[in-house]
Structure formats: C-alpha cells, structure tokens
Write a protein that binds this ligand. Structure first.
Ligand code: ZN
Length: 255
C-alpha cells in the first residue's frame, strides 16, 4: 500500500503543479488541509485539489478564508491574505472549503493511520516541540502513525521506550528533486509531517510532501520529498494581486 500525503498547499499553484508532475506512484491520497491562504491562486488550487478526489481534513486557513471562523488568531499579514482570498474565491470553492471535515480522519483501508491538521487533540495546535508531541502520542485511542501538518516543518517525532525523538529529513543536495527514506520501527509510534507544498518554513524553499509504504508484514517506511518549482512566478502573482510583499519574499527563504 502506497499512501501519498500532501499538506499546506496554500494557494501556491506553481508549487502544486511541480509536485503533481513529480508524484511517485500511489494507491491512496490524503490531504492535511490549508488548501488556501497566503498565496495568490486559491481558485486554481481548489479546483486541482477537488479534481484529485483525495480524502482531506480542513485547516485553520480553510476555515478563515471561507468565513467559518474569524481571524482573531491571525497576524496582520495572514488576515490580509485571508480577507483577499475570501473576496476572490468562486462560490463553489467557498462552499467546498466550508464543508471540509475536521480531523482526526481515519479510513478503513488504512488501519493504524490517522490524519490531522494540527494535532490529534486540537486541530489548531502547533506541534513544534517534543513535550507537545509526547502528550499527543501518549493519548489513548489514537493510531500508531499520525500524519499532521500546520507547522510547515517537514519531519516530525518518533516515540518509543518512553522517549521521544525528532525526525529531521537529511537531503543530499539543495538542488533538484530529492528524497529521504525513514524506516518505521514496529513498536514505535509516530507523528509525521509531510511538510508544506506552498509555504515551507524549515529553511528549504522547495515544495514538500511524503509517501508512506507498507507491504504485508514488512516494516513500513516514509519517504520525504522536496521539489523545486517556479517560485519567481508565484512571487509575481502575489505582487500583482496586491498581497503583502513579505508573502513573496518569504517563499524563497523557506521561512
Ligand atoms: Zn498552513
């Protein structure tokens, strides 16, 4: 079984198209939310995500940009982009965003795996540190492998023998399409972030996603990918939409 996990596309059409062209073969596709917000192609990205027909959980930007929640938790720049997104979204995309389900999401064919935007206990929690990750991984009633987004940091946390350790992909080069494979130990529990397609914040500007593979009784593994894209075109669209310049400059910094 090959499960592809995408997250935090954030209306970045060029990053999404580059990833679509580079996707490895897969049987199942799951999207961890934040389809829109920040970048300037919300309708184009909504249409592509809807056409892919994947399972999806909603993100905080999906809620704010479709008017489901206010922007009290957003900084000024995020709020400006959410407001702009709300005004340009086509009615059918607004309705689709409003109807997205809250995580955690489970699917019958994916036993032992769960999908959330923020964390298992709170769809808006940022899983940035070991203590928050451990608290979530110690919660009973959740799957052993949990995919999460929201932080835009590719990697995650492993928990075993009472200890938690961070997972940090290491790539051979800063250029081109790269991948890093992590074998999963059967007695450990995992919180895995595929990274953000549309606005990475881990210092690598390339679009990020992940592939989970499991065959029979063999140990599962996760492969993290980074894919370069036409970031100059994304920046041009942000500028011509009149969105804050900071949203364009941060993309190339990966921050
Ligand atoms: Zn996000």
């Amino acid at each position: 079984m090959r499960l592809l996990v995408l997250s935090d596309i954030h209306a970045n059409l060029e990053a999404m198209e580059a990833c679509l062209a580079a996707l490895p073969a897969h049987d199942v596709l799951v999207n961890l939310g934040d389809v829109v917000g920040y970048n300037a192609s919300p309708n184009e990205v909504c249409e592509r995500v809807r056409a892919m027909g994947s399972s999806i959980v909603r993100g905080n930007h999906d809620r704010a940009c479709s008017g489901l929640t206010d922007m009290a938790e957003f900084n000024l720049i995020a709020a400006m982009s959410a407001q702009w997104t709300q005004t340009v979204l086509a009615p059918e995309n607004l309705a689709w965003l409003r109807a997205l389900p809250r995580g955690p999401l489970r699917s019958g064919e994916l036993a032992g795996i769960e999908f959330v935007h923020g964390s298992p206990r709170d769809e808006d929690e940022y899983l940035l540190g070991a203590s928050a990750a451990a608290a979530n991984l110690r919660m009973p009633g959740h799957a052993d492998t949990i995919f999460f987004g929201h932080t835009h940091l590719q990697g995650g946390f492993a928990y075993g023998d009472g200890r938690i350790r961070p997972i940090t992909p290491v790539f051979p080069t800063d250029e081109g399409i790269v991948e890093f494979t992590l074998p999963l130990a059967q007695r450990e529990r995992y919180l895995i972030n595929p990274g953000s397609i549309g606005q990475p914040r881990d210092g690598d500007w390339r679009a990020a996603f992940a592939l989970y593979e499991r065959e029979g009784d063999a140990p599962a593994q996760v492969t993290f990918y980074r894919v370069p894209y036409d970031v100059a075109e994304t920046q041009r669209r942000i500028t011509s939409a009149g969105l804050p310049e900071r949203l364009a400059t941060r993309l190339k910094l990966g921050r």
